[in-house]
Every structure is written in C-alpha cells, then in structure tokens.
Design a protein around this ligand. Structure first.
Ligand SMILES: [Zn+2]
Length: 208
C-alpha cells in the first residue's frame, strides 16, 4: 500500500466519522453532587445519575467498588463511598462505566441494552443493531484500552466497509484493514490513528 492509498483511506475515515457524529446522541449525565463527612463521600444525586445511564444501580455501584477498591453502599437516592473521593474522580469512573456498558462501540448511541447470548454478555444497540461482547474499560489496565501507531494487534474483521476495506472494532477504535474478508482474524500493524479511527496493514493471517 503506498502513501496515496493511505491518504484516500484517511479521507474516507473522515467521511465515516462525520456521518457517525450526526447520529450521535449525547447523554446529559448530571455532575456528581457530593458531600464529604469525615472519611466518607456521599453522592447525593446517585440515583439521578443511574436514571440517565439506565442500568441496574447495583451493577454501577459494584463497578465503582471494584474501580475504587473500597466499599460503597446505596442508601436511598444516595451512594456512600468509604473514602474521600472528588466529584471529578467519580465522573471519570462513570465515564468508564458508560464506555464499557452503555455507549455503542460502533455508533456511540447510548440507546443500548445488555443481553446475555449463551455465556457471553453483549452490548446490543437499538440505534444501529450492532452487538458486541462487553469490553470492560478500566483505567488500571490503561494499556489494554488503547492502541498505538507502530504496534501490532490481533483483531477480527467484523464487516466490510463501503470501499471494500475490512473493519475491525477493537478497544473502542474503528480499524480500517484493506485486503481482508469478513470473519478473518488477522494480526495488523497500526499505521495511523486519527480520533477513534485507525488504518492498519495486515502482517499475519490466522489459518482457518
Ligand atoms: Zn450502535
């Protein structure tokens, strides 16, 4: 693949991005309204946040417990966290939760639900119909949640784009891979990243 091919792919990437932005709905998640009492942090509007996210409050509180590594308790509309935590820290974790369990990995719509298919939990999107196994984003595993130019990753081609290029959705990135078929599992080298889209080149193909 030469430079001009990359240029044209980049152009297409931008077209795809601008289209997906049109469909993008944004959830207005309220800022955590917190109060600190001694060593305890109380999120007074926890249930308002949960309502916007539209997930089981226990699931969200369990996620926060794991992420913060401390005990949390739901009490009426409030969440009690057994440590001093800032509103920004809570917002960051809520954002991570959204990325893992709420926002569609393909079209970014929050109009999704978690379904269990066989033994796998998948995030099913009502807006675009995409279904993907839940990918858990955590800050503690920061290196597992992004991709970098010049590095290789093994990805599965989940569809073929309008220009015949393969598409893989991986770690929140939409990866364009020329010269592959749907269903291929390939090792790719990331050539270029722009926003959440990347262009990659196949370096190895798994034999079926
Ligand atoms: Zn979607």
């Amino acid at each position: 693949m030469d430079v001009s091919d990359y240029e044209s792919l980049l152009k297409k990437t931008e077209d795809v991005l601008s289209k997906s932005n049109v469909n993008q709905q944004r959830l207005q998640i309220p800022e955590p309204d917190i109060m600190q009492e001694g060593k305890v942090t109380i999120v007074r509007n926890f249930m308002d946040i949960v309502e916007m996210i539209n997930r089981d409050p226990k699931h969200i509180s369990k996620f926060l417990m794991t992420e913060f590594g401390i005990g949390v308790t739901i009490s009426g509309k409030r969440l009690i966290i057994n440590r001093k935590i800032s509103a920004d820290q809570i917002s960051a974790k809520i954002k991570l939760y959204m990325e893992s369990y709420v926002v569609c990995y393909e079209c970014n719509s929050p109009d999704t639900e978690i379904q269990k298919i066989g033994r796998t939990y998948v995030l099913a999107c009502k807006a675009c119909g995409a279904q993907h196994p839940i990918r858990i984003a955590t800050e503690s595993k920061a290196d597992d949640t992004k991709i970098e130019e010049g590095k290789t990753y093994t990805v599965e081609i989940s569809k073929i784009g309008n220009s015949g290029e393969g598409r893989a959705f991986y770690r929140g990135f939409n990866i364009f891979v020329p010269g592959v078929k749907k269903g291929d599992t390939v090792k790719v080298l990331i050539k270029k990243i722009r926003a959440n889209t990347a262009i990659a080149e196949v370096v190895d193909k798994e034999k079926n």
